[in-house]
Every structure is written in structure tokens, then in C-alpha cells.
Design a protein around this ligand. Structure first.
Ligand SMILES: Nc1nc2c(ncn2[C@@H]2O[C@H](COP(=O)(O)OP(=O)(O)OP(=O)(O)O)[C@@H](O)[C@H]2O)c(=O)[nH]1
Ligand SMILES: [Mg+2]
Length: 197
């Protein structure tokens, strides 16, 4: 988060989740509808020539300050764990992407635990936690392949956090999850006086 006053408000959101859960696809959906950025969705499977996908969005003026948000995703493979930790450390919010396929439940839980470790390492005040919103991708796949959202809610410890379901390829639920995390993080920022101009 940048300094308050009339300085630009530059927010960052990390898109976190298991390998192949749909992070790049979600960013592409945001990019195609709302902003500018780069992704590696076209690079050969498992190669990740570009380890960081990003999209930047202009949020207009908030509290008299020009505001923008940069969203990042790092491939879910364990090799990038240190990169993810650094990004979560500097983030203003997180979108956690969970793959709705039953075969990926354990991978989702492992990624959620890794995120929990990275969040704990930030040392945030428990009364003022970093905003996290959840997106359950691939709800368009046949129902027999999927776990019920309530099962994921329980397994991931979603609690009262915002949680959207959708199809990242078609962009369903993508705008909604972005809106949910932005609402939380702007409320958190203004609670700290960052909205003062
Ligand atoms: N049917 C369907 N396919 C999806 C959805 N989201 C992602 N996919 C597909 O799942 C595969 C993996 O998606 P990516 O967006 O590359 O996943 P990722 O989380 O960025 O993967 P890594 O960067 O390797 O961790 C691709 O073939 C996507 O087209 C979805 O909501 N529905
Ligand atoms: Mg990716």
C-alpha cells in the first residue's frame, strides 16, 4: 500500500492456488474484460517461460487519489513457493482459486495451507487480517467430477470470507470475486486512514 495524502493508491492482489487450478485463466478473464497485462496461458504446458502473470486495472479516483490495482499470479508448482511468499508479504489482498474437481481436493488444501503459512509470516494483527476472497473454478465441468462448494468451504476454512463459484474460461464469477476482494481491501485501507486526501 502506498503512502496516504494525494500520492497514487497502488494496490496489489495475489492470485493464489494449486497448480492448474485456473489462476492464469482468471487473470485472463479480468484482462479481457477490464484491464491490461500479460499471462503465460499459451506457453507449453508445465513450462512457464514467464513465471509471473499480471494484470493492472485503473480504479479511477478513490478519496481524491488516483487508484490502481496490480494482480499477480505465480504458477502453483512448489518450485515457486519462495516467490509466492514474497508476493503475499507485500500484498493488499488475495484471491484464492480452488479447482472444483474432486481429484484436486488434496492439492487445494495443500495450497490453502501454504497460503496460511505465508499469511502467518506477515504477522498481521488478527483483528485486521489481510483480505482473502475465494473462487471455485471449473463449475462448468460435469457435476459427477466436482465437489460441492460446501465441502470446499469446510476443507479450506473459508468461514465468513467471500466465496464465488464460476467458470474462469467463460469469465463467470470472475468480476464478482475481484469486486469482493477490492471491497474488503478498500474498507481495510480506509479504516487505516489511507483514504484521507
Ligand atoms: N472448464 C474449465 N476449465 C478451466 C477453468 N479454469 C481453468 N481451466 C482450465 O484449466 C487449465 C489450467 O488453467 P490455468 O489458468 O493455466 O491454471 P493455473 O492455476 O494458472 O496453473 P499454473 O500456473 O500451472 O499453476 C487450463 O486448461 C484452463 O483452460 C474453468 O473454470 N473451467
Ligand atoms: Mg498459471
Amino acid at each position: 500500500m502506498s503512502e496516504s495524502g494525494n500520492a497514487p493508491l497502488a494496490l496489489t492482489i495475489v492470485v493464489f492456488g494449486a497448480s492448474r487450478s485456473g489462476k492464469t485463466t482468471l487473470l485472463r478473464g479480468i484482462h479481457d474484460r477490464l484491464g491490461a497485462g500479460k499471462d503465460d496461458a499459451d506457453s507449453p504446458r508445465e513450462q512457464h517461460a514467464m513465471p509471473l502473470d499480471w494484470v493492472s486495472l485503473d480504479l479511477g479516483t478513490i478519496g481524491g487519489r488516483a487508484a490502481s490495482v496490480l494482480l499477480y499470479a505465480v504458477p502453483g508448482v512448489v518450485a515457486f513457493d519462495a516467490t509466492r511468499r514474497v508476493l503475499v508479504h507485500g500484498a493488499d489482498g488475495v484471491i484464492f482459486v480452488a479447482d472444483s474437481q474432486a481429484t484436486r481436493l488434496d492439492d487445494n488444501v495443500a495450497a490453502r495451507n501454504a497460503l496460511g503459512d505465508h499469511l502467518a509470516a506477515r504477522g498481521d494483527d488478527p483483528a485486521d487480517p489481510l483480505p482473502v476472497a475465494f473462487f471455485y473454478s471449473k463449475r462448468d465441468l460435469p457435476a459427477e467430477l466436482l465437489v460441492a462448494p460446501a465441502v470446499l468451504d469446510q476443507a479450506l476454512g473459508v468461514g465468513a470470507a467471500p466465496r464465488m463459484t464460476g467458470d474462469a474460461v467463460r469469465g463467470e464469477g470472475v468480476r464478482e470475486v475481484l469486486q469482493a476482494v477490492l471491497t474488503l481491501l478498500l474498507r481495510r485501507a480506509s479504516g487505516r486512514g489511507a483514504g484521507d486526501a
